[in-house]
Ligand binder design. Structure first.
Ligand code: ATP
Ligand code: NCN
Length: 180
């Protein structure tokens, strides 16, 4: 079994996230891709959509992808948690011969500051999703996914633009937005 793990805040989920998953399924030789929403990224201080809502929205969008699973492992911790713990949990669960860990190019900048980075890099092969505005020379050292969608959750939290929201969850996002 060969797996890829794609962790993220997904606050909210947008089309670049979906493109990353589609690209990874096409490019990586994997049996399963596990999308893992954070409870809270250890480098961030708050979330906008609650963890359970982010998890449900991910399931709605990725249900049609046979090889994709959305994991509630991190949201069930009810506290910020580290990627190495998730990797170890999924490693025990699937006993994979290969683990890719997908991150966007913006995360390259602080990657070496991740908890137990030296241990983590021995467990996984990082795959970098290219991101406009965050070009990193170090990206050349890694397998890359060519993502060319200039959107962020931050922009969408500031001003919702449904053009960047997967169609399966447009209504949910509109309704959640109205309640705020
Ligand atoms: N447009 C994009 N292109 C490439 N990678 C992306 C893009 N958007 C997000 N990613 C990557 O996907 C993963 C999950 O992203 P995340 O949920 O933090 O979205 P985000 O748009 O970066 O959010 P925020 O603006 O709140 O930081 C991260 O590794 C991030 O780097
Ligand atoms: O393990 C760490 O130390 C660590 C530090 C910062 C970020 N991460 C993970 O990086 C992934 C991307 O985070 P984000 O918020 O950019 O979507 C997500 O799975 C986070 O848990 C992990």
């Amino acid at each position: 079994m060969r797996i890829a793990i794609f962790g993220g805040s997904f606050d909210p989920l947008h089309l670049a996230h979906v493109a990353i998953v589609q690209n990874a399924l096409n490019k990586l030789d994997i049996d399963k891709l596990i999308v893992v929403p954070t409870y809270l990224n250890p480098f961030k201080s708050s979330f906008y959509l609650d963890p359970q809502t982010r998890f449900e929205l991910l399931k709605k969008v990725f249900i049609k992808f046979e090889q994709v699973e959305v994991s509630n492992y991190e949201i069930n911790q009810l506290a910020p948690s580290y990627s190495i713990n998730t990797v170890n949990y999924l490693k025990d669960l699937y006993n994979p011969s290969k683990i890719y860990l997908i991150i966007g190019e913006d995360n390259m900048e602080n990657l070496e500051k991740w908890y137990k980075y030296d241990e983590l890099k021995k467990l996984v092969e990082f795959v970098i999703a290219s991101r406009a505005g965050f070009e990193s020379k170090k990206a050349n050292e890694f397998k890359c996914l060519d993502i060319n969608i200039d959107i962020s959750s931050t922009q969408l939290r500031e001003k919702i633009n449904l053009d960047y929201i997967p169609r399966e969850i447009k209504d949910d996002i509109l309704n959640l937005n109205k309640k705020r």
